[in-house]
Design a protein around this ligand. Structure first.
Ligand code: 13P
Length: 248
């Protein structure tokens, strides 16, 4: 069945020296468990993390990627470049990229396909903003993001995808969705995935919840039927907090 997967998203935090200090401390505190774990870090920290975690089960992820192989795309990083460093995962379509960097469902789809073709696991983020939730449109918004973001992906590839449900109103605000609210949306996401890929595939896809996950609320979130993991922002920046979440 689905293996729990807890990933940290450092966003734009930590220099190389800070990443190294984190990784060394985290490696000491980390206990080998059946829970999969990864840190999604800024590009400049990736090689450092891969090196320090090389003899552990701790994975490393990027937070974005370009969908073209190579070319005149100043400032961008390709899938091949991530592969070359030894990256295992890549976040795609985070709400901050949708909001500030013009990420669309179409670019999410192109990036997801490119990552799958190159054996990097995409963590595809979906989620509604406060206005959309208050207008009763949360499900409609998430369904559109899923259907358009995951268009033309084979069942064989779909099994490898991780979906992260991150309600925008719960990110960095200290406002967590209640476990019931999160479960309702993750169950809905699984229903949409069932409709797209069939039940056998949808049952295998790992769905994470993200938005103000902390050691204090990780257990009740992880206990929900359709929530298989967490995408952790702020609380993944401190080794002890992140270990406590993985230990949920
Ligand atoms: P916080 O855990 O800081 O709310 O961030 C969530 C998030 O955006 C993870 O991708």
């Amino acid at each position: 069945m689905r293996i729990p997967f807890i990933a940290g998203n450092w966003k734009m935090f930590k220099t190389r020296a800070e990443a190294q200090a984190f990784a060394e401390e985290f490696k000491q505190l980390y206990k080998d468990t059946d829970v999969k774990t990864a840190i999604c870090a800024p590009y400049t920290d990736l090689a450092t993390l891969v090196e320090i975690f090389k003899d552990t089960k701790i994975g490393v992820g990027a937070q974005n990627v370009h969908f073209e192989e190579e070319g005149a795309f100043t400032g961008e990083i390709s899938v091949g470049m991530l592969q070359d460093i030894g990256v295992d995962y890549c976040i795609v379509g985070h709400s901050e990229r949708r909001q500030y960097f013009a990420e669309t469902d179409e670019t999410v789809n192109k990036k997801t396909k490119k990552l799958l073709a190159n054996d990097i696991v995409p963590i595809v983020c979906v989620g509604e903003c406060l206005e959309e939730r208050e207008a009763g449109k949360a499900k409609e918004v998430v369904e559109t993001q899923l259907r358009n973001g995951l268009v033309a992906i084979s069942n064989e590839d779909a099994i490898k995808i991780v979906v992260a449900y991150e309600p925008v109103w719960a990110i960095g605000t200290g406002k967590t969705a209640t476990p019931e609210q999160a479960e309702e949306m993750c169950e809905f996401i699984r229903d949409v995935l069932t409709d797209i890929f069939g039940e056998d595939v949808a049952d295998e896809i790992v769905i994470q919840y993200g938005g103000s996950v902390k050691p204090a609320n990780a257990t009740e979130i992880m206990n929900m039927t359709n929530i298989d993991g967490a995408l952790v922002g702020g609380a993944s920046l401190k080794p002890q907090d992140f270990v406590n979440i993985i230990d949920f």
